[in-house]
Write a protein that binds this ligand. Structure first.
Ligand code: AP5
Ligand code: MG
Length: 186
């Protein structure tokens, strides 16, 4: 977990090599659906461009489908899901059903103004359609309202690990590995 631009994708991409499990980013799955022009992509595009959350029903279908793939049978890193309390509860139900309980939840924290800078840079490099400043601020607001409470959901279960996501990318990875080892998962 972490704010938009917090480094979830960057860090998960590095940790999947270490842990030999797939990196499952719901944002990437949605962007692929938009690129492919699937019914899901067509439904999700306007919501994503507005920086708002795609409906819980669509997301649950997407995540259940992805977790049923062969490569996810011995673990996975989820990036960008769950993103509100209802998704966190649905995820626990799905994971109980497939007997793959949560090892832990990792929260990567980054100051909002640093995020605006990072995503302005990425907008120039990659042109992601939700990286303009107005949409980034909307994504930050939705994160604060709807996603930040998910951290408490995991903290109450004793499953939350928090690290600072600022500084060099490799430094953040080292912080994550140290925190996760200390917590006894990963
Ligand atoms: P999603 O794709 O998940 O976007 P996001 O949460 O806004 O996060 P980003 O992917 O932009 O950032 P990141 O944390 O992965 O950081 P990154 O490593 O890229 O979701 C997009 C949209 O899809 C949502 O708005 C919503 O509409 C929909 N959606 C997705 N999941 C959903 C769900 N569960 N429910 C409902 N809707 C959903 O890094 C960012 C940039 O910073 C990069 O350029 C990177 O190179 C750079 N960077 C990384 N680390 C550092 C560092 N340490 N120092 C400097 N720069 C760094
Ligand atoms: Mg990402």
């Amino acid at each position: 977990m972490g704010p938009p631009g917090g480094g979830k994708g960057t860090q998960a991409g590095l940790l999947k090599q270490q842990w030999q499990v797939p990196h499952i980013s719901t944002g990437e799955l949605l962007r692929a659906a938009v690129r492919d022009g699937t019914p899901l992509g067509l439904k999700a595009k306007a919501t994503m461009d507005a920086g708002e959350l795609v409906s819980d029903d669509l997301m649950l279908g997407l995540i259940e489908e992805r977790l049923s793939q062969p490569d996810a049978q011995t673990g996975f890193i989820l990036d960008g899901y769950p993103r509100n309390l209802s998704q966190a509860e649905s995820l626990d139900q799905v994971l109980a059903r497939i007997q793959q309980p949560v090892s832990g939840a990792l929260l990567v924290e980054v100051d909002s103004e640093k995020i605006v800078d990072r995503l302005a840079k990425r907008a120039q490099q990659e042109g992601r359609s939700d990286d303009n400043e107005a949409t980034v601020r909307k994504r930050l607001a939705i994160y604060a309202e709807q996603t930040a409470p998910v951290a408490n959901y995991y903290a109450e279960k004793g499953q939350l690990v928090q690290v600072l996501g600022e500084g060099e990318i490799a430094e953040v990875t080292q912080r994550i590995l140290a925190a996760v080892n200390e917590a006894g998962w990963g």
